[in-house]
Design a protein around this ligand. Structure first.
Ligand code: SF4
Length: 434
């Protein structure tokens, strides 16, 4: 049975927070802007509360509950988590805009716990945000650290930046996943700031509440941990509107172009219109958009499996893309004075990323031919003589695109993974003119 209760939206006097006020710290929640924000949100802070504060998790149908709660506000979802699990649920705080979850928890008026993983590789601005959040809410964040021995073993064996060569999984396993696993083993539920719009590839189906498919809780075994994602249905824009209205502390890195924030070596700012996930582990994403030079004839990897049938046929067998022989390309590469500007795609027919640019490159060639451009659009099947392509053009991955300008001996490498007509056309104009 549920009853209605007014929930205080400021101060801690009327509730017994697990996150106890820190002696000597003064809450900032009396600023004029904050008071305005409280007036804006006071209505939403009146929520239904279960009278029983610890309904057993096993007795609930979580998938059905997820459907019911999908249209509820983050405030209602977090209130459900806190009311159901009490001090056995905690908020995972990464030091980015997921501070919104803490604000919502605060608005419920209930006690709440916050934990954070200090990987040892965070930015100064993130540590400063942790400190400001503790002061703002009069709480202590429960920090969790990587195992010292595991971290030493990794760094002594592979150095401080092994993730740039080996990929981030190993380092993340030591510094993030295992500490998180240990922390979650002390809980029955946790609350994250995951949103569906953060990564269309991997988070598009994030549910507002679910039995955690990956981690275990205190009782151990599959199904022993519940995961709440109260921001799942919010967009990044809505989250930021909320943070601004509530006058919540935010990471200073956001004002420097960072959107998604993780460890310092693995996070970078993004440009306008770039997706926020492009600021994380970008070197791996780039590699994932090309085929390695040594793939194809040595072993057929997963990216190439689907392309194998396609590999039987050549790319651009007809049309306006001009095929160059090795002799022709070699002569062009060494020439002091070329007759015209030539754009060359060094490709492998079996490479799915070469296949993926077939349509746009073909269209580019059609357009240039139709307008009588001085730029020749050409191709060279580079997997037939990799050594030549590697030595002459520094080929590392397929496809690689190079411009051989009429006016200079050196070639210019196309630097982007975007291979649509507009981007290629823009780049060509920028290096050899109209
Ligand atoms: Fe290591 Fe980077 Fe993962 Fe941080 S994000 S744990 S530095 S690989």
């Amino acid at each position: 049975m549920y009853g209605r209760k007014e929930v205080p939206v400021s101060g801690f006097a009327s509730c017994s927070h697990i996150c106890q006020p820190v002696p000597g710290f003064r809450s900032k929640r009396s600023s004029p802007r904050t008071r305005a924000a409280q007036q804006v949100t006071s209505a939403t802070a009146t929520i239904d509360k279960p009278q029983t504060a610890a309904a057993p998790a096993a007795s609930l149908d979580w998938s059905q509950l997820a459907q019911q709660m999908d249209s509820q506000s983050p405030l209602q979802i977090i209130d459900h988590a806190l009311a159901t699990f009490g001090d056995e649920v905690a908020i995972a705080f990464s030091g980015a805009e997921d501070v919104a979850v803490i604000e919502y928890a605060h608005l419920t008026g209930r006690p709440f716990r916050v934990f954070s993983l200090d990987t040892g590789r965070l930015d100064k601005e993130t540590y400063e945000l942790f400190d400001r959040v503790e002061r703002h809410y009069n709480i202590r964040i429960e920090y969790t650290f990587p195992d010292a021995q595991e971290t030493m073993d990794l760094v002594r064996a592979k150095g401080m930046f092994s993730f740039y060569q080996d990929g981030h999984q190993e380092c993340c396993r030591v510094r993030k996943v295992r500490p998180l696993r240990r922390q979650l083993k002390t809980l029955k539920a946790w609350i994250t700031g995951q949103r569906r719009d953060q990564s269309p590839g991997t988070r598009a189906a994030v549910s507002v509440v679910q039995v955690d498919p990956a981690f275990e809780g205190t009782s151990g075994g599959p199904g022993s941990l519940v995961k709440y994602n109260p921001l799942a249905g919010m967009t990044g824009k809505e989250t930021w509107n909320f943070l601004r209205v509530m006058d919540v502390p935010v990471n200073e890195l956001h004002s420097k172009g960072y959107v998604s924030i993780g460890c310092q070596p693995c996070t970078r700012p993004v440009l306008p219109n770039q997706h926020e996930r492009e600021g994380r582990w970008w070197w791996e994403d780039a590699a994932g958009k090309e085929c390695g030079l040594h793939s194809g004839n040595v072993s057929v990897g997963s990216a190439e499996q689907g392309s194998k049938a396609e590999a039987q046929r050549d790319l651009w067998p007809e049309g306006k893309v001009q095929a160059l022989s090795q002799e022709e390309l070699s002569s062009l590469a060494c020439s002091e004075s070329r007759e015209q500007d030539t754009l060359v795609a060094l490709y492998a027919p079996w490479c799915q990323y070469s296949q993926a640019m077939e349509g746009s490159y073909s269209e580019l060639a059609e357009q240039y031919a139709a307008r009588g451009s001085h730029v020749r659009i050409a191709k060279f099947q580079a997997d037939t003589d990799r050594e030549f392509s590697q030595q002459t053009f520094g080929l590392q991955t397929f496809p690689t695109i190079v411009m051989l300008p009429k006016s200079r001996k050196q070639y210019i490498r196309y630097p982007s993974e975007r291979r649509d007509v507009e981007t290629l056309d823009l780049w060509i104009k920028s290096v050899v003119g109209q």
